[in-house]
Design a protein around this ligand. Structure first.
Ligand SMILES: [Cu+2]
Length: 186
């Protein structure tokens, strides 16, 4: 009688464990998705895109991959984004902590790809040579459908619970078999 009860327990534990393992609860939470954004900037001594102050404001979302195509109408320029917010430095070179393009000039365009994996906020983009060429680069925080994701506790512990149940079932079966053997030996 006890043996039958034990075997039913073992079997149901196995079935439950198997069901939990087999169920599709290992699906990860959806990733924050970014977009591929293409921007064109034309360098001129009066400002980006021939603008005077203020220069064009660039707005992107966190997680975006931004490709900026750079061309020049007059002289050599270099695009820089002040990622570390230590201020625009018009030294003609890319300071460490910033993301920069190569130099570009009339007939010799360039492009720079920026993975926006830094904190939301307002940054400064500029030309490393010319203090007239400076504007705002705004990073908005990304949202997924405007609602916060609630973690599913079962999807987190389910696989471990299933594995534990299978282990318990295996141990119980082994003990059961051993006891039966001992009984037969007597
Ligand atoms: Cu410039």
């Amino acid at each position: 009688m006890v043996d039958r009860r034990l075997s039913i327990m073992v079997l149901s534990a196995l079935l439950l464990g198997g069901a939990i393992l087999a169920s599709d609860n290992l699906t990860p939470l959806p990733r924050v998705h970014g977009a591929n954004v293409s921007i064109s900037l034309v360098g001129t001594l009066s400002g980006w895109n021939s603008s005077t102050t203020p220069n064009p404001k660039i707005t992107v979302n966190q997680g975006d991959v931004v490709t900026i195509s750079l061309s020049s109408l007059d002289t050599t320029h270099q695009f820089a984004l002040d990622v570390d917010k230590d201020g625009a430095k018009f030294t003609g070179s890319c300071s460490s902590g910033d993301t920069c393009s190569g130099l570009f000039a009339p007939g010799a365009p360039a492009s720079v790809m920026i993975s926006v994996n830094f904190a939301p906020g307002t940054y400064t983009y500029f030309c490393t040579f010319h203090s007239t060429m400076v504007g705002s680069f705004v990073v908005n925080s990304s949202t997924v459908g405007g609602t916060a994701l609630t973690p599913d506790i079962w999807s987190l512990i389910g696989p471990y619970l299933g594995l534990a149940m299978v282990l318990v079932a295996v141990v119980a079966t082994a003990a059961y078999v051993r006891r039966n053997r001992r009984k037969q030996a007597k």
